[in-house]
Design a protein around this ligand. Sequence first.
Ligand code: SAM
Length: 352
Amino acid sequence: ANATRRYDAACLRHLQIGAPPVRFGRYHRCMFSYRHAFHAGNHADVLKHIVLIATLRHLMRKDGPLTLVDTHAGAGIYRLDDGAAQASGEALAGIARIQQLAQPKDSGKKVAPAQAGKAKAAIDNIADDLSDYLDLVASFNASAPAGSAWRTYPGSPFIIHALMTEPERAAVRDRLKLFELHPTDIHSLQAHVAQLEAGRQISTARQDGFEAMKALLPPPLAPGGSRRAMVLIDPSYEIKTDYAKVAAAVQDGLQRFPTGVYLIWYPIIPRPEAHGLPRRLKTLAQQAKRPWLNATLHVGASAQETGLSASGMFVINPPHTLKAGLDAALPQVLDALAVDHGRGQAWAVEAG
Ligand code: SAM
């Protein structure tokens, strides 16, 4: 029920900005209601992007070039001080609190009360995977005055691009393939990507990411003789068939390219398809005899709040270092993001 209200609120916001409603049964009323700009930097992005960075860092320790696929790319990069982010307030309860962990204790600056929320004190022993995430988001805010709230949040395309162009990796020339269906977001994505001047290293297409994935796997043979790919599948689950499409895409991906690394984000909400997805992914990994990891973060549901309070990242063929890294990082993340007096706060990393 909470999730339904949340999506309805998103639909209403969407209607306010003039987009046509499309009816899709009882639950999802509006096909293009989802705009990631409202959600950028929320707790789900924090979990997703920590796992993404930790996974990519490990993959990039090897020299062979990677084919990197982001099936649901969004707009690429977001302003946290614009109307969408301010209207939802989700980044204030997400990345703004995480930012506090990294504030120098002696900066002498105070965050504005509205931004402080339940700000946590800076901590000295930030876990490596969390610290890496913080440093990367900070690098997009390098020109912000010390101690001020971050105004820019990189989405998955810009996070991946930042890692593939770091000085020690740039010469490898990984390839990034981005897909996005929303008419406004594909336009923003293409404009943002153009500014990177990445040439043929990045491609964008207004195409169904589930379908597009098929043509990219297995990835091309690299000069050293290796085939390497990572696929991020991060739908908005606006339409309930997305759950089945994710499972079908992963099953097909594992048949085409069993050694690929697949990262799947999913919401933890009270609907059968959402509960069933991680179970189905585990079965698919086991049938393909591939290792898997499932990381979940519940920031706690408050009595009044109707938003998403928990999500998960399922990884097939995870780096062997990922579990230990997340075991160290997620308690710190939860400590920073847990909703005051919220119910059901928890983190977990299961692997098999
Ligand atoms: N991966 C992005 C990030 O981490 O910054 C966020 C992506 S957002 C959760 C999901 C995006 O998928 C939305 O922008 C939505 O418009 C888009 N989308 C929905 N269905 C799609 C499909 N079948 N193929 C490609 N994009 C789709």
